[in-house]
Design a protein around this ligand. Structure first.
Ligand SMILES: *Cc1c(COP(=O)(O)O)cnc(C)c1O
Length: 364
């Protein structure tokens, strides 16, 4: 029998989460963010569930080209734009839209000879201070882009650094509005946090990522509270059981010591599968559908859990590391990180299966 770990991707949940975005941002174009191989879920795998989105956004050119070879016909936006002029013919040939966040890129567009002109998202720095042009440069760059044969359409875009905090968002919103004043172009502002928090600020095109995958962008509001369901469930099984005496330690570094005799379950899942080694004692794990506690350090191929509260557990009992019944955000919290990182980090050795069945599918 194969090692029992696998990741299950629930396309019905993904479709429903996209519906939740639509409900929160009606009359807005939705570009589903699928960077990093669809947040670790697999671009090819999730594509059928995103058919209703107006477009997709990502930043890897090879993945964008792959979408075209898979006959994806709607719009595709490159979130970091292009890195050298040599990429422009492919971008034009594949009908990709691209971010322009720097004057160098404008210069490359001015000299490029393209098969067709491009849809451009001019990215404005409204306070994130990562990518984007400065307010003072917007008018001049827009003027140059409108003169440019390689440019068909201009959009204006920004990205929120603190969309989870109302004040942070309002400051950036004001900075963006000031920079765009008088410019007659469609605007794109909101990521997931923006979509959830502030119905009116998303602009004309929203760019949700994490909420589509059923995790939360917020430290305090759960995925359930924002109305989304987990898409990825990382599953495994108990592969051994140990009976611990009081005072026995477990695993490398003996970071866990039992305070009473209890049963310990060994789960086929470790950091080489993408489970975070930083997960602390007490991190939740589901065994037979019940929450138990991680006990001892996560090793490369295994982790161990306290089975005190699950007397029915035995070798072969089902384990959920995150997903259905256990939000990835809860696990991430105990590992000092965010759900995004765990979803993106599932290792190549973990097989994936797609589940597309169930009640939700019938509804949609
Ligand atoms: C990743 C990304 C998003 C999506 O962010 P979420 O927090 O996952 O919703 C939106 N816009 C840009 C520019 C991004 O890079």
């Amino acid at each position: 029998m194969a090692r029992p770990i696998f990741a299950q991707v629930n396309l019905a949940a993904l479709r429903r989460n996209l519906g939740e975005v639509r409900a929160r941002a009606p009359e807005t174009q939705v570009f589903a963010v699928v960077k990093a191989d669809a947040y670790g879920h697999g671009l090819d795998r999730v594509l059928p569930a995103l058919a209703d989105a107006d477009g997709l956004a990502l930043l890897e050119l090879d993945a964008a080209v792959r979408l075209r070879t898979l006959h994806y016909t709607r719009r595709i936006l490159l979130l970091e734009g292009f890195f050298e002029e040599a990429e422009l013919p492919e971008i034009a040939g594949r009908r990709l839209a691209t971010v322009v966040h720097h004057e160098d890129q404008v210069r490359m567009l001015e000299t490029a000879q393209l098969s067709r002109p491009l849809e451009i998202f001019l990215k404005i720095n409204s306070g994130m201070n990562r990518l984007g042009v400065r307010h003072a440069d917007v008018a001049g760059l827009v003027e140059r882009l409108t003169q440019c044969d390689a440019v068909a359409t201009i959009r204006l875009m920004t990205h929120f650094a603190r969309a989870e905090e109302p004040e942070g968002l309002q400051e950036q919103r004001a900075a963006f509005d000031a920079a765009c004043a008088g410019l007659p172009y469609l605007r794109s502002l909101a990521n997931s946090a923006g979509v959830v928090r502030f119905r009116d600020v998303g602009g004309d095109i929203v760019r949700p990522g994490i909420m589509l995958y059923g995790a939360t962008p917020f430290p305090h509001d759960s995925a359930e509270q924002i109305g989304v369901q987990p898409v990825m469930t990382l599953r495994s099984e108990i592969i051994a059981i140990q009976d611990l005496a009081e005072g026995d330690s477990v695993g490398y570094g003996a970071t866990y010591r039992s305070t009473a005799p209890h049963r310990l379950g060994v789960v086929a899942c470790g950091y080489a599968d993408g489970y975070p080694r930083q997960a602390r004692n007490g991190t939740p794990v589901l065994v037979c559908g019940k929450r138990v506690r991680l006990a001892g350090r996560v090793s490369m191929d295994m982790l161990t859990v306290d089975l005190t509260d699950v007397p029915e557990a035995r070798v072969g009992s089902p384990v959920v590391l995150w997903g259905e019944g256990l939000p990835v955000d809860d696990v991430a919290y105990m590992a000092g990180t965010v759900g995004y990182e765990l979803l993106c980090a599932v290792a190549p050795r973990v097989p994936f299966v797609v589940s597309n069945l169930g009640r939700l599918d019938l509804e949609l």
